[in-house]
Design a protein around this ligand. Structure first.
Ligand SMILES: C=CC1=C(C)c2cc3[nH]c(cc4nc(cc5[nH]c(cc1n2)c(C)c5CCC(=O)O)C(CCC(=O)O)=C4C)c(C)c3C=C
Ligand code: FE2
Length: 471
């Protein structure tokens, strides 16, 4: 199957949003482009990576109770049993690349507003009706400016910037080593959606390095239109526009929350952290996932909530198999703006649990595999304080998976399993956003858009909604 044909498997409402996206950088962003991180001998003629066949690579998917979400696994490698698609001669000439996709985060406080601009300028983050698309950039400017002070405060409280780039770089290196240990030499690239090193930079490096087979691995266990979907839009757009890239065999791993290695690694972390309580059995396991607006799930066909619920089910099943049957619950955090987000909300549930007499609580961040602003600031500071104020006496938090060896090994297996299904992207397509290339039309759009955005959104309610997490 064409690995990038996944959009054809999505509900009708989804593909349009997936195909249209174009990444926009301001002029200063472009000047600031830093070099792409690549974990190999990039640009060296000696960097030829050999693809060694890995015999008996096994199906690592474990039980599932939600068949609907299965249709999203376009690059589901679990049906392959070893890399059997190539002859050894061909395999020896393969130059394998792995592209890790992530969100990115501001590295300094000065980066915060431009980072937020990139985030809110993404049509997969603020989904405007087609007619109002011209408002996207002026709105992004307005919202990022309104939100920057609160965000800066949060980033200042965790040391003045996001740890995401460093952690992702470390994960890339660990993955490279894990793949080598399994007999696969590869170049690993990091492509961030909203900050350096941008996905577009990583893709250009992949082209320069002459990669012949690529696996795309988003570092989000569950698929959401707002995360993996958005990054893949950028990738698809860039690939379709380029003769070399459009022929490059690519395999995208859309989601991997159901993999045995991931589930077991999460269960290990939870089991270990429960031991920090004097009465481990009494502690409630509190899964806190990053939220998305309800409309994503209910109108746009985002499988995120289904996948999240299935993921929690699988982790709890694994814990039960180990004799751990603590109570558990799932809530959603980090909402932004004046719309309904997935419920229940983490802050509200914490207060309710405190009122109900829950005394011990283990917070488990579940939508992301690195420490970031929402674990280090929102959970460890804001939610911890709220929980203690609400009557919860004993609080602990499970660390993000980070470099956990069993987790990295499982990612390596996922890459190896995905390789055989790599296939080229289809012919180039033209986009409705080509007018962005015309400077006159662009400035007219920005000018009138700014005025409209000002009139529509500069109301006290909107300002409060975007300045704070809670509306
Ligand atoms: C699975 C993970 C994530 C989903 C889903 C997601 C959706 C989503 N996020 C915003 C708005 C913001 N997100 C911000 C930071 C941020 N988001 C994620 C992950 C998911 N987002 C991460 C890992 C990070 C942190 C990066 C870091 O620097 O450590 C921010 C900036 C911080 C802040 O001001 O709160 C915003 C804003 C929306 C609107 C959205 C879905 C539509
Ligand atoms: Fe977010």
């Amino acid at each position: 199957m064409n690995a990038l044909s996944h959009s054809s498997l999505l509900p009708n409402r989804y593909p349009q949003s997936l195909h249209r996206r174009r990444f926009s950088l301001s002029c200063s962003d472009i000047q600031n482009l830093t070099r792409v991180t690549c974990y190999s001998d990039c640009n060296k003629s000696t960097s030829q990576a050999s693809l060694f066949l890995c015999p008996g690579s096994t199906n690592t998917r474990i039980g599932s109770r939600n068949l609907v979400s299965r249709s999203f696994y376009s690059a589901d490698a679990s049906t392959y049993n070893g890399l059997t698609v190539q002859s050894p001669t061909h395999a020896a000439q393969e130059k394998v690349g792995v592209l890790l996709l992530n969100l990115g985060g501001p590295e300094t406080l000065d980066d915060v507003q431009p980072f937020l601009f990139n985030l809110f300028a993404d049509p997969d983050i603020i989904r405007l009706p087609r007619l109002f698309r011209f408002l996207q950039q002026p709105l992004a400017k307005l919202i990022s400016t309104l939100r920057a002070p609160k965000s800066k405060e949060a980033y200042a409280s965790i040391g003045g910037g996001s740890p995401l780039r460093k952690i992702t770089d470390d994960q890339a290196l660990a993955l490279k080593r894990a793949l080598e240990a399994k007999g696969l030499s590869s170049n690993i690239y990091v492509g961030m959606r909203y900050w350096y090193p941008f996905t577009e930079e990583a893709i250009q490096q992949i082209k320069k390095d002459g990669i012949t087979r690529l696996v795309v691995l988003p570092l989000y266990p569950q698929f959401s239109i707002s995360t993996t979907g958005s990054s893949i839009s950028v990738l698809e757009q860039t690939f379709r526009e380029d003769a070399y890239l459009s022929r490059l065999p690519v395999s995208i791993i859309n989601s991997w929350y159901q993999r045995e290695g991931y589930i077991k690694s999460m269960a290990d972390l939870i089991e270990k952290e429960l031991e920090s309580f004097s009465e481990p059995k009494e502690a409630m396991i509190f899964f806190s996932a990053h939220g998305v607006p309800v409309s994503y799930v209910e109108n746009a066909g985002d499988p995120y909530r289904d996948q999240m619920e299935e993921c929690i089910f699988l982790i709890m099943q694994e814990l039960k198999a180990r004799g751990i049957s603590n109570e558990h619950t799932l809530a959603y955090q980090s909402r932004v703006g004046p719309v309904q987000w997935l419920k229940p909300y983490t802050d509200e549930v914490l207060v309710e649990l405190g009122q109900k007499g829950v005394k011990s609580l283990l917070a488990v961040p579940v939508s992301f595999v690195s420490e970031h602003i929402e674990t280090l600031e929102e959970i460890d500071m804001e939610y911890r304080e709220l929980a203690l104020e609400s009557g919860i006496k004993n609080w602990a938090r499970v660390p993000a998976l980070g470099l956990t060896p069993s987790f990295i090994m499982d990612l390596a297996d996922a890459v190896i399993e995905a390789l055989p299904s790599a296939a080229a992207i289809n012919a180039p397509t033209s986009t409705s956003e080509d007018m962005d290339k015309d400077p006159v039309k662009y400035f007219a759009k920005m000018f009138f858009g700014s005025i409209l955005a000002f009139l529509l959104f500069f109301s006290p309610k909107m300002i409060t909604a975007f300045r704070n997490h809670v509306i």
